[in-house]
Design a binder for this molecule. Structure first.
Ligand SMILES: [Zn+2]
Length: 70
């Protein structure tokens, strides 16, 4: 078996999940985003204020904000 099977990035947990030192926020307004299911079975974060969102598998870096220790 010489062929490498490329799995979709859904299987790879390369981004920190929310609640582990990072909060997932909207890169536009800074509010927390809602995790929704997309029509193709993926998951995406959506900001209802901006009416914008991005896939959970490819979030922009600005969507991660270090959790502030208060
Ligand atoms: Zn927003």
């Amino acid at each position: 078996m010489s062929r490498k099977i490329r799995n979709s990035q859904k299987e790879v947990d390369s981004y920190p999940s929310s609640g582990r030192g990072f909060v997932h926020v909207c890169p536009h307004c800074g509010r927390s985003m809602e995790l929704c299911d997309t029509r193709d079975g993926d998951q995406a974060y959506f900001c209802h204020v901006c009416q914008k969102g991005h896939r959970a598998g490819s979030p922009p870096l600005l969507a991660f904000r270090p959790e502030e220790a208060s």
